[in-house]
Design a protein around this ligand. Sequence first.
Ligand code: ACM
Ligand code: ZN
Length: 751
Amino acid sequence: MSKTLFTLSLILLLIGCQNSTIVDKYAIIPQPNSISYNDDFLSINHGIAIESNYPDGMELIELLKKQSNKPGLTFDSQGATPFLLVYNPDLDEEAYQLQIKTDRIVIYSSSKAGWINGYQSFLQMWPVGEYDNIQIRCGEINDMPRFAYRGLHLDVSRHFFTLDEVKALVDQMVYYKLNKLHLHLTDDQGWRIEIEKYPLLTENGAWREHNNQDSLCLERSIDDATFAIPDHYYAIKEGKKLYGGFYTKADLKHLIDYCAQRNIEIIPEIDVPGHFKAAIENYPHLSCTGKAGWGAHFSYPACLGKASTYTFIEDVLTEVAELFPSEYIHIGGDEVNKDEWKKCPSCQAAIKKLKLKDEHELQSHFNHEIEDFLASKGKKLLGWDEIVEGGLSDNATVMWWRNWAPNTIRDAAKGGNDIIVTPDFEYYFDFPYSATPTSKVYNFEPVPDDFTVDMANRIIGVQGNVWTERIPNTKRLAYQVLPRMLAMAESGWTNQELKNFEAFEERLKSHYTYFESQGLFYHLPEITGFEDKTVFTNVSSFQLTIPDSEIEVYYTLDGTAPDRQSIKYTGAIEIDKSCTIRFRAYKGKVFSKIYSADYIKQSPAQPVVVDAKSGLKRRFYKGRYWKSKDVPVGKSADAEVVVADFGLGQYDGQENYALVFDGYFKASFDGVYTFYTKSDDGDQLFIHEQLVVDNDPSHGPRGRKGAIALKAGLHPLRLIYCQIGGGALQEVYVQVPGQKKRKVTSDELFN
Ligand code: ACM
Ligand code: ZN
């Protein structure tokens, strides 16, 4: 504790001011780019009184007051602390300087955006709780964003969110200095924006009987209320109860204004020519066959061989461009089922007539036409990174999302196109936290390290995406977004060298308290210390690491979903028989997913007695096998040799094959052995014909583990590995009882 702080605490103690608090350090997210403190404190007893010398100052002040959802923060009472908004033309757009002085607070800025940003930093200093006196450490923040575009995407098609629900999300975006809301307004599962020329788009296209996404949510809601579909998303239409909703133009105008007042621009997306089923169902002439439906992966796209398709899409975009003041209109362009175009005489005739090479170029031609059309309306085209394929025009802006298409971001950067970084593996907030933990979001650096300065300058920002197939309500939405949105916001705002995940996590604590004070649901920090699966021979122990003393854990042993009526976890539990423990964390009204820990009691497997030689038999099968079970292990192989160890050997660099390793693993002593495989594109490891590690089906580089109790001696082993294409990796590790994990060595392998 500093000397001043000590004195201050003493004074407060002596004057008996119980209901007081001290803010000694600013826990601001995103981390400001410069903070300096001094030893003085500002004492606030009667709230604040905001004044401005800005021309539209009054309007701004009213907005800031409205946005001030901190308990205890009052305005304009007698003795209120002056809070000045001062114009400083030397500061960049969105930049601000926030000064906490002993007698006042000042925010300097050259724009409304800067004051709004500075005010968020102040609001985040304001402690949660009702206090008569708040002591804030004096200091100065000089801050401006790293990237101009800091966005959040919301898919309102797969599941709908009302205007008020979107506004509540916008309020959180403002608090974390995000400035773009990308609204995914149309997709196969629902059309959500009123288009006057084509009323069926919303009259029918905004409503549906339950689809497989709704059924999945309802099934999950049995054990987890965050998957429930609330009644307000249903309407009775012609006697049928239908799910859905849409925004009228007046609704959207209201939302646009609401966002604009708060320095947020809405980027509307009309996804074409794929993800267009909701339109095709109501205007069937738009598809190649006059039908709506699904191909192997994606829905039938719009037919790009018919002039009427272009007219329809341009009509829609005309109304969108008139409504939204944004610089960009997003036209999607992702995941198009181009097989339909291959079969379509109109599309093929267009390819021939326009002298295009293939269907990729047909989409590129369409993009160029739409881009020119948007330019005539004063708008710029934005699209998912598929728009790079088949050729990109100079002015298009690309949202890079496919980690597995790394060339698209490089081609776009080299071509001088602006890029927004929104990668599937790091910035898709619909993914479970197990796949995309907050740390992974935080630690992702948006500018690839091989980029030149010119290429890096093409990256204008970052965006988190919220696809809502499995997000049917605002509670689930908050769970998926908070706190990952904060981690991404920090990457968008804070300079790379100031970022530090541990420091972020420390600051995050007061933001959890803020969420609780706002009644916001969120993802609790993870419970750790347990294994998904534990193999044991005698007794084992179930013990948890709980990250917050206010978190309570309840569990069941009978397979039912745990709730607050279940057994309360109070410390380590001894396990002496096979069981599954299901448990859940609770903090106030917030709860976690259901965790599960399997305990499997095994008698150690007896070794086999064989005359074995060193090495493993490795069989090679040519072919495209997606899963280990597809490999014809019973059939004769295309090649067979004995090898000393696991690994790809001479097949490294080849594609479309499988390897089957057969032999014995030698256990040196009795105990539980944990095996780990690392694989790209997938494998399964069997011991005594028992599946021990399941690292299937095909995927990018990934590790999996499993355990088995073994007696000392030789144990039959089989590993099946599949290679489809792209990256390749095949490694096996073991953790021998009492030792550290290490690679399996050739002296443990026999055949
Ligand atoms: C996308 O995730 N299809 C852009
Ligand atoms: Zn066609």
